[in-house]
Design a protein around this ligand. Structure first.
Ligand SMILES: [Fe+2]
Length: 249
């Protein structure tokens, strides 16, 4: 398998490129619209044709490039079925494989950060989106998030994977790339080392995080599989990159 972990610095998002060397087909997990040129160039350099894009959830901190990649690269859009996106070409039910040549991922419904959130499992790797980050997790105070639900998702769906499973998160803000189920179980300060549900709920309730500055644009844009809004305040135009200059529908 061809594998690349690609970082988008404006939102601190990791995009994952999975490619099949035999068929030359590729899949992108969580592509970001302002990094679209980088992603298209990377695919071209690797001699891969983008077959599918898939998002872990309706993001609030960046806009997916799923729709733009469909227009420019001819890829199809897969999304978690609970998100009920009319713009998706395929709605993934839990455990339903998404196949690109010899590469196959399976969704794990891991609600709590958002209600429709999926992690994706690929052999000994799991792409955890915002359900589980290295030494952390996504916030649970927007988008039908719920801390008790996230606790159960992590304990029942992610921490039950084999210890050696590699954890590839949806974000990291301090330059870390990969962890493992064993590492997160042992030392994640929110969810590891035997944290109880009550402790986790207390931690999540006392984070005191600011209102997400891009959510009012990103969430509706992502419900359209990645539409940049027509009128974006100057300070937010970096989230749409070149798309901000040529507004999309
Ligand atoms: Fe998120």
């Amino acid at each position: 398998m061809i594998f690349r972990q690609l970082f988008e610095p404006v939102s601190g998002t990791y995009t994952y490129l999975l490619g099949c060397p035999e068929t030359g087909q590729a899949l992108l997990i969580d592509p970001v619209v302002n990094a679209i040129e980088r992603d298209l160039r990377t695919l071209q350099e690797l001699g891969l044709r983008l077959a599918w894009t898939v998002d872990t959830h309706i993001h609030a901190d960046h806009i997916t490039s799923a729709l733009e990649l469909k227009k420019r690269a001819g890829s199809r859009i897969a999304a978690p079925a609970p998100d009920r996106l009319p713009c998706a070409d395929a709605s993934l039910e839990e455990s339903m494989p998404l196949q690109v040549g010899s590469v196959s991922i399976r969704g794990l419904h891991t609600p709590g950060h958002t209600d429709g959130h999926f992690a994706y499992l690929l052999a000994d790797r799991v792409f955890t989106g915002d359900a589980l980050l290295i030494d952390g997790c996504g916030r649970t105070d927007f988008q039908n998030g719920d801390s008790a639900t996230l606790y159960r998702s992590v304990m029942q769906k992610l921490f039950t994977l084999p210890d050696e499973t590699l954890v590839y998160p949806g974000h990291d803000y301090t330059g870390r790339h990969v962890s493992s189920v064993a590492q997160e179980k042992a030392r994640n300060p929110r969810l590891g080392a035997g944290r109880t549900l009550e402790e986790f709920q207390r931690i999540m309730a006392s984070l005191g995080l600011p209102y997400p500055k891009f959510i009012d644009y990103a969430a509706p844009g992502n419900r359209q599989c990645g539409a940049c809004p027509h009128e974006l305040p100057q300070e937010l135009q970096k989230y749409c990159g070149e798309m901000a200059q040529s507004p999309q529908g």
